[in-house]
Design a protein around this ligand. Structure first.
Ligand code: 9MR
Length: 373
């Protein structure tokens, strides 16, 4: 090849590379956009687990690489009566995750809510002793975690153990066993699957007192030699709160305690609230039309505010991707969200990235862009 031919060839190749780089298509899915930072999950309901919601499943498989069962693995469903387990939905949930090579999250093993009353009582209806309840917790965790050993990647071992002031909630677990029930639950889970990632999961950790309580709990678990790997901050957010600065502080302070941080139940509520910020499922408020302002669609200005809020939140997660290992949205489309029925039943809510017709919202495009920065 003569020199000028060679030079032409080299410049053509360089130019080609340049054009190729400049034109490298931007990722069009959440899982691709964040691939070099963290996995992106969705909580899925029974219709999605069983394939009845084919359109929801199509979005799930295209966009997400992690799943959490919204309800299917909770005690009242998986273990409704003494010695009677029902793994029908949970097995299908795990199969779906394995088939699609997803990071599978088990939610949850020990919680005060959605746990039947019998769990805390003996055959005659009297409160169980500490030893008997510990045995019951052990058997439940051994059975459930043991069944999915090597298949479920990550377990929410204890859910929502803290009060807003950072003290331990006076749940039946706490009252009967005492505060070491948290350590015990983690030990049982570790015994049942030594390779599973173990999480403590709670909401409102942006509140300094509650966050302090969570960090104290992490330290207690670490001191007891228990492998707590992740703190899940649920991320049930509102348009105007908590502030991005508080979200960032929460991530860095939790990570400084020596754990990874996951956002486990992300959604952003755009509806008015007349109650304190919480995710306490026992709250139930009467429906008033003023509390349901967008029954026929979200006005564009609110849609844009939601997009910006989502982008700001994901930008924080992306910036801290060295310590964030997962961001999970609490549902696939707006129609699926628990926020349509809580704390007021029958509202039309818009908290997720896909709308009721399965279309990506402006927030979806805004979120995709955050990973490019
Ligand atoms: O989204 C769940 C909803 O379908 C259930 O009715 C509700 C009942 O307790 O639980 C919801 O999920 C909760 C999660 O398990 C724990 N953190 C708060 C979530 C929203 O309430």
């Amino acid at each position: 090849m003569r020199l000028h031919h060679y030079m032409f060839f080299v410049s053509a190749v360089c130019l080609g590379n340049l054009v190729a780089t400049a034109q490298a298509p931007a990722p069009t899915t959440l899982k691709d956009a964040f691939r070099n930072g963290f996995v992106i999950g969705a909580a899925i309901n029974a219709d999605q687990i069983t394939g009845k919601d084919a359109r929801g499943d199509a979005i799930l498989v295209q966009q997400f690489n992690s799943i959490t069962a919204e309800n299917a693995m909770k005690w009242e469903i998986i273990h409704p009566r003494p010695n009677a387990y029902d793994f029908t939905l949970a097995d299908k949930f795990v199969e779906l995750g394995l088939k699609n090579h997803m990071f599978i999250v088990g939610h949850n093993l020990c919680w005060h809510s959605q746990t039947p009353d019998w769990v805390f009582k003996d055959r005659k209806g009297r409160p169980l002793t500490r030893e008997a309840l510990l045995q019951r917790l052990h058997d439940h965790i051994q059975t459930v975690v043991g069944r999915y050993k090597g298949k479920i990647d990550s377990w929410d071992v204890v859910n929502e153990a803290l009060n807003e002031d950072g003290t331990l909630r006076q749940s039946p677990w706490m009252k009967i066993i005492g505060e070491d029930y948290v350590v015990k639950a983690f030990q049982f889970a570790h015994e049942a699957d030594p390779n599973a990632q173990l999480n403590y999961n709670d909401y409102n950790l942006e509140t300094p007192a509650k966050r302090k309580g969570a960090i104290a709990l992490v330290k207690k678990l670490q001191a007891a030699g228990v492998p707590i790997a992740v703190v899940g901050n649920q991320g049930h957010l509102h348009l105007d709160s908590p502030s991005v600065a508080d979200e960032e502080t929460t991530i860095t302070e939790l990570a400084a305690a020596g754990v990874k941080v996951a956002i486990t139940e992300l959604d952003i509520d755009v509806l008015p609230r007349t109650w304190a910020q919480t995710a306490d499922v026992s709250l139930n408020i009467h429906l008033d039309p003023k509390l349901n302002p967008y029954p026929n669609g979200l006005p564009d200005d609110v849609q844009q505010r939601l997009a910006k809020r989502y982008a700001d939140f994901f930008a924080v997660c992306w910036r801290h991707r060295d310590v964030i290992n997962r961001v999970t949205l609490w549902g696939v489309t707006d129609g699926d969200s628990w926020l349509n029925d809580w704390p007021v039943q029958g509202r039309t809510s818009y908290p997720l990235l896909f709308d009721r017709n399965d279309k990506p919202k402006p927030a979806f495009a805004a979120v995709l862009k955050t990973a490019a920065n």
